[in-house]
Design a protein. Structure first.
Length: 125
């Protein structure tokens, strides 16, 4: 997804997706698998460290990190090529595959634009 206000971060994620599929194909006859985890927003220190607590995505509800890790580990052990963690993220990925990039960039803007989140202590997450 085009990552408005996170262009470098989202660009590196796109690279990792392409890189992991290419590497997986190169290694297909070796018994080595490569799994790409697509977690969506996860409850970690990322949003604090990135200065994104004042954004909708930073102040909103996120997946539990332990659950994301469990999903990723299972996919790796099963030899899956990629895995999207959580039903909400699966729906977003499906919709994104048929949505024009300009629309996706605008949607991401609404999530990641500074000042769009709930103020700390507002009672909403």
């Amino acid at each position: 997804m085009p990552g408005t206000f996170q262009a470098v971060y989202n660009g590196t994620k796109a690279f990792i997706d392409s890189f992991s599929w290419a590497l997986r194909n190169e290694l297909k006859d070796t018994g080595v698998t490569v799994t790409c985890l697509i977690p969506g927003a996860t409850e970690t220190d990322f949003f604090d460290r990135a200065g994104m607590q004042d954004t909708k995505v930073g102040s909103g509800e996120k997946m539990d990190a332990n659950e994301v890790a469990r999903i990723g580990f299972k996919a790796m052990m099963d030899g899956d090529g990629d895995v999207v963690a959580g039903w909400k993220n699966k729906l977003q990925v499906a919709v994104a595959s048929i949505t024009p990039s300009a629309v996706l960039a605008e949607q991401h803007r609404k999530l990641a634009e500074p000042g769009t989140g709930q103020p700390v202590g507002s009672g909403q997450h």
